[in-house]
Unconditional design. Structure first.
Length: 195
């Protein structure tokens, strides 16, 4: 059972999260931030992850702490659900079109933290959501998951579409990376013998 439950309580957020890597893409997302709810719903569906998130955050300030802390908690849930990563594919990538936007992501569940975010957003907001928070979410996520994740935007002029392409692409890359590879027969996919 590749599942995890996480809680993260700070002076800024109170998060409860559950994740099933081998789900069907269902879940209930209540982050307190409508745009982030939309992105996490897409992430769960395209990754085929069952994901439930509840967050009470200081959104009266802005959505920064909520977005970053959910990223951290979700990354930590991935790390916990993967255990020693025995038998996983490890790598995944996806080139994803979203109307005029085209974004590639590539993931390595390496245990090494790195985010490359080559994404240019033409507006500062989508609704009330600060578009710069897309990067903050993924920074928190890779730190929590202890993984490498690259984004490369090839085209796009609508901030909503670009961010959506990022979340969908990352979900599909991670769906590949966490998949159990029957050819590995439970091996750790690294010459080091550990990830």
């Amino acid at each position: 059972m590749r599942q995890a439950e996480m809680t993260r309580v700070t002076n800024e957020t109170d998060i409860t999260l559950s994740l099933d890597l081998d789900g069907t893409g269902c879940g209930e997302i209540n982050s307190g931030c409508g745009f982030l709810d939309h992105m996490l719903t897409l992430f769960a569906r395209h990754g085929r992850f069952d994901l439930s998130v509840t967050c009470k955050g200081d959104t009266q300030v802005d959505d920064h702490h909520t977005t970053e802390d959910i990223g951290i908690a979700l990354g930590e849930a991935f790390k916990k659900a993967l255990g020693d990563k025995r038998g996983i594919t490890r790598y995944g990538s996806c080139m994803l079109p979203m109307d005029e936007a085209l974004v590639m992501s590539a993931a390595d569940l390496s245990g090494r933290v790195w985010l490359s975010y080559d994404v240019t957003l033409p507006t500062q907001k989508v609704g009330t959501f600060d578009t710069e928070l897309g990067k903050e979410f993924w920074l928190g996520f890779v730190r929590g998951a202890e993984m490498t994740l690259h984004f490369k935007m090839f085209s796009g002029d609508n901030s909503h579409h670009i961010l959506e392409a990022c979340f969908k692409s990352a979900a599909r890359s991670l769906r590949q990376a966490v998949r159990i590879d029957p050819e590995l027969q439970g091996e750790i996919p690294s010459t080091k013998g550990v990830l």
